[in-house]
Design a protein around this ligand. Structure first.
Ligand code: PSU
Ligand code: MN
Length: 306
């Protein structure tokens, strides 16, 4: 790759060169997931959490057509303040167009995995992955396919209950992506710490995750690994308490004909409104917590390989 296209923040470049742990962070949550100023507070809070966990954070985005691996405080604020429509939500397919137009793009889980891999970053923290949308034969997030072919370890809180969870789990199985339940036996559903879906493997420490990732690497497997971390108990919303809100938001979206890349951001903000922002405080709490767990996992991995 032409090195001029990649702008690696000096702190991240140093950490990578010295073999210190780094955790990638996505930027769609900043531009399309949370409103100003919650988005900037959360983006900074997540970076702090990664540091507390023991790693260097690298938030990833496209700014003026350049791939940025690690953002300065000014870059973060710049992205967080862009008016709607100025930053394109980028999944795998969108990045070349944004680069060609010298535009701005925020990266989804799929795009962040691709760019993290390009930069040599193996661990990535986010809120929730995309999945199979309900009542839709073909709206399957590119996140799921990316997890099948890019060897990034994604630390998240499962997938949102707005999705078709059984079909999402089937696609992940087909793609060869294991789900590790971080101190849990059942899949967390983003806002909700618990569900009825049994998880593939329970893990109880960062070292255990690091070891599983190590063996995946040794086997030469090119797929990703998902680590599912429940939202902290004091901020979680029991699945039964948010189910009606989710159903309402889903039928409103249906009536309005909202679909494609717009549906996830629309549903998130509608659910926040309908829940008097309870869903948003769960969202923020789980993002920070996942940053911290990811920092610990990245640090454990470095200890293991050193
Ligand atoms: N889940 C969230 N918040 C988000 C997203 C997912 O809780 O902001 C974003 C992520 O960037 C994810 C993307 O990768 O939505 C999935 O979108 P789609 O279904 O269009 O692939
Ligand atoms: Mn989609």
């Amino acid at each position: 790759m032409n090195a001029n296209l990649l702008k690696v923040h000096p702190e991240v470049a140093d950490a990578l060169a010295e073999g210190r742990p780094v955790v990638a962070l996505e930027s769609t949550v900043i531009t399309h997931g949370l409103p100003w100023p919650k988005n900037i507070e959360t983006a900074q809070g997540m970076e702090d959490a990664v540091r507390e966990g023991g790693a260097v954070p690298a938030t990833i985005a496209l700014i003026n057509g350049k791939i940025c691996i690690g953002l300065s405080a000014d870059d973060l604020e710049f992205l967080a303040q862009r008016p709607e429509g100025e930053v394109r939500k980028c999944s795998r397919r969108d990045m070349p167009m944004v680069m060609s137009a010298k535009g701005h793009g925020s990266t989804t889980v799929a795009a962040t995995m691709i760019l993290a891999e390009l930069a040599g970053i193996q661990f990535f923290a986010t809120g929730g992955i995309g999945g199979v949308h309900r009542n839709s034969t073909f709206d399957v997030s590119a996140d799921l396919m990316e997890l099948g072919k890019t060897p990034t370890t994604v630390i998240c809180s499962g997938a949102k209950a707005i999705l078709d969870i059984p079909n999402t789990l089937e696609v992940l199985e087909t793609q060869g992506v294991p789900i590790l339940g971080y101190k849990c036996d059942h899949l967390p559903l983003f806002y909700s710490p618990q569900s009825d879906y049994k998880i593939d493997e329970r893990v109880d420490s960062a070292d255990q995750v690091a070891e599983i990732v190590y063996y995946r690497h040794q086997l030469g497997l090119k797929n990703g690994t998902l680590v599912a971390v429940p939202v902290p108990a004091d901020k979680g919303i029991p699945a039964a308490d948010i189910q009606d809100t989710i159903e309402t938001a889903l039928s409103e979206a249906d009536a309005k004909g909202i679909h494609g890349a717009k549906i996830t951001p629309w549903l998130l903000s509608r659910i926040a409104e309908l829940s008097n922002n309870k869903s948003m405080s769960a969202n923020i709490a789980l993002l920070k917590n996942n940053g911290s767990v990811a920092g610990q996992i990245a640090a454990a991995y470095q200890r293991l390989v050193n």
